[in-house]
Design a protein around this ligand. Structure first.
Ligand code: ADP
Length: 378
């Protein structure tokens, strides 16, 4: 005697791929299950899903439920089948497949109505589940893209280093050989440009190391007063030439901590460079060092263009830039803040940002004053 069964088939929202998930009613005969899954009935289920129609065999023929015929084929372990769309909030989610035990001559309206009510009833929990499943798929895809991006950077940097070394070596040799001034200028341009490319490659590779946590800290006692004063004082003149007043404010007592001075300097430089870059003529940049509980705080405040609220959570992502690379006036690779964040985390610290579009931004770097304050989350 023929046995019946029921299944719920969940598709991705686009319905472009094979079903995401299958749920079978308890006691579903294995032959029926295998037949349904066989290439999801050679894409018939997918087609029905995309059309969002009801399909049945024998044909559903009542006024409310006119639909397609589901062709069963010779090897089908069932004589009757109804396939109903499962949808919620206007999204198609999947199909409810029911194979009754006895073949009917045509499905009565009452049966179809009950089945459609059942499909509607299960739609919401299916919606939530399928969102979760799709989120998982998208996260996996995103992780794969991130991996490819990292690999691309690593391979390109590696491959570029050798020819770049040759360009630099030969250009330096030419500079020694060609003493005439007319040639010197050209060779110098080649060398400067090659050095710039080298710097870009180093930044990209370092950013990779910092993010993967493979960078090591060379911890020493760091005098933060000095570390803040030096780059600020060095930039004051240039800033003034661009019409920006750059100030720094240091506490009377020196603040020191155990850390990697070189890496803290990179963080500060990146924040300071951004503040100066994104502040227009007539603006002001203030760098302030202070103690905040167990942390030293370096605040870099500017009266520049500010950052739109919707971009704030992304600016620390690698390669993220508020203005598209094609339209923006400033250089940069969108790596400065991600490097700064990773280096702060390596020290057990963090960076916070506050900004208002058109009014300016404040980036606050917090570094633990004692090693015991450090967390190992990084
Ligand atoms: P980039 O090298 O391109 O400046 P960053 O990672 O340092 O990259 O910064 C990412 C983006 O965040 C910048 O492109 C800019 O749009 C925005 N940004 C960073 N700092 C500031 C600031 N002080 N004022 C306004 N926008 C900023």
């Amino acid at each position: 005697m023929e046995e019946g069964g029921a299944a719920l088939v969940v598709f991705s929202s686009t319905g472009e791929q094979a079903p995401l998930e299958w749920y079978f009613a308890p006691g579903m005969p294995p032959a029926l299950r295998a037949w349904l899954q066989e290439e999801a009935q050679e894409n018939t289920l997918q087609r029905i899903f995309q059309q969002g129609v009801l399909a049945a065999n024998p044909k559903a023929a009542c006024r409310d439920h006119q639909g397609e015929t589901f062709y069963l084929g010779d090897d089908a372990p069932t004589q009757s089948i109804v396939v109903l769309p499962v949808a919620s909030q206007g999204y198609r989610l999947g199909l409810l497949v029911v194979c009754p035990t006895r073949g009917e001559s045509a499905f009565p309206c009452a049966v179809l109505s009950n089945l459609q009510a059942l499909a509607n009833h299960i739609a919401l929990p299916v919606f939530v589940r399928s969102l979760r499943t799709e989120k998982g798929h998208l996260q996996a895809q995103l992780a794969q893209v991130e991996r490819l991006k990292d690999e691309f950077i690593a391979i390109t940097s590696h491959e570029l280093r050798t020819p770049l070394g040759l360009v630099l070596g030969h250009a330096t040799f030419l500079r020694e050989m060609l003493r005439e001034e007319a040639y010197q200028e050209h060779v110098q341009v080649i060398i400067q440009s090659a050095l710039r490319i080298k710097e870009i490659i180093e930044t990209a590779t370092q950013a990779d190391n910092y993010q993967s946590g493979s960078a090591r800290l060379r911890n020493r006692i760091v005098n933060l007063n000095l570390l803040v004063e030096t780059p600020c004082a060095a930039r004051q003149e240039n800033a003034a030439e661009s019409g920006i007043s750059l100030h720094f404010d240091l506490p009377p007592q020196t603040i020191s901590l155990q850390g990697d001075a070189e890496k803290i300097r990179i963080i500060l430089n990146n924040l300071l460079e951004n503040a100066l870059t994104f502040t227009n003529r007539g603006g002001r940049v203030l760098v302030r060092l202070s103690r905040r509980g167990d942390y030293a705080q370096i605040a870099v405040q500017d009266t520049g263009i500010g950052i739109p609220a919707q971009d704030l959570e992304n600016i620390f992502e690698r390669f993220y830039q508020v203005e598209s690379h094609m339209t923006r006036h400033h250089g940069g690779m969108g790596l400065g803040l991600s490097v700064a964040r990773d280096l702060a985390a390596l020290h057990g610290g963090r960076i916070e940002v506050e900004s208002r579009e058109g009014a300016g931004s404040t980036f606050r770097l917090y570094l633990p004053l004692s090693a015991s304050t450090r967390t190992t989350e990084t």
